[in-house]
Every structure is written in C-alpha cells, then in structure tokens.
Design a protein around this ligand. Structure first.
Ligand code: ZN
Ligand code: ZN
Length: 170
C-alpha cells in the first residue's frame, strides 16, 4: 500500500524548524522516504517547545551506533530490556510511567521510528529517565553525540545547544 499523505505523521514529530514533517536526514541529507528500512525522528521538548530535533536515516543510525562503544551499547540494551515498557503510549514515560502532564518542566524526549509516512513505533522518555540512561554511556559514546551535534547544527551558539546528556540515545 502506498501512503502519500503527510497527515499520518503526528505533528509532534514535525520538524519545528521546517514547519512540516522531516524530509531529509540530518546527518547525510538524503531523502527519508527513499529508505526502505525507515528512519528515526528524535525530539527534545521543554515546556511545549522543541529544544532539539533530528531525523536519522537507517544507515546513518547504524553508523552512529557502530561508533558507540560496545560497553555502552550493552548497558543501554540491558537497561532497555529491563526497564522499557513499550505498551504505554506516548503520553507516559516508557521507563518510569509518569504521565506527561506530571513531568517537571514538561521536559522529555520523544522518539519515533517511521517507514515513509507511517509511524511504526514511538515512545516518550521523561527528562530524568533520559539523563539516567545517558549516565550509563561512556565518555566516548557521549563524544559521538557531541560530534553529531557540533557537525550538524553549525552556527547554533554552543550555549543554545542542548546538553548531550538530555538527548535520548536509542
Ligand atoms: Zn542519513
Ligand atoms: Zn521517566
């Protein structure tokens, strides 16, 4: 079945910057809908505002995860296997279960896996749980994400960029 409508993509996954669904990969610039294996959209919200957003095609996501240390990957996978609840829906933190309305400062990460315009999977992780997950990562892994931010968001003053510890690594 062919999906042409952008209406299937929930607005909270739109690129705030482009004011529409993401069209291209933040890292390589290729057109997202051309990737058969899909793509991932990550957003960080605080008090209703987007403070960070990206889209990563599947090959770029794989490349970034390859750069993540094996130790970090194992810790993350173990944590996700033990604590991640995938059936709560986006209105609740998938780790601690807090409802979005109760999250301090409404600060949370949102992740979605898409194929074309179809949302395959999505979750919310509150700011506190995001920081906890990132505390499991090695310095090398945090550097991979810091480089990603520095290389792909040039011109944004360093103090306006989010703390990499607040960006969800999935
Ligand atoms: Zn890419
Ligand atoms: Zn939480």
């Amino acid at each position: 079945m062919e999906h042409d409508s952008e209406n299937m993509i929930p607005a909270e996954f739109y690129s705030e910057y482009e004011e529409r669904p993401f069209k291209s990969c933040t890292r390589c610039g290729e057109t997202l809908k051309d990737f058969e294996d899909g793509y991932q959209v990550g957003k960080v919200y605080r008090r209703g505002e987007t403070i960070f957003e990206y889209a990563l095609c599947h090959p770029c996501h794989v490349k970034m995860m390859d750069e993540v240390s094996a130790e970090s990957r194992e810790r993350l996978e173990n944590f996700q296997a033990e604590h991640l609840q995938l059936n709560l829906g986006r209105q609740f933190c998938a780790v601690c279960g807090i409802s979005r309305a109760d999250i301090p400062d409404q600060e949370y990460s949102l992740a979605g896996i898409f194929e074309g315009v179809a949302l395959i999977h999505s979750l919310t992780i509150c700011g506190g749980c995001t920081e906890h997950m990132n505390s499991l990562l090695s310095q090398k892994t945090r550097d991979v994400w810091r480089d990603f931010i520095n290389e792909n968001f040039p011109g944004v003053p360093a103090d306006a960029l989010p703390d990499p510890n607040k960006i969800l690594v999935m």
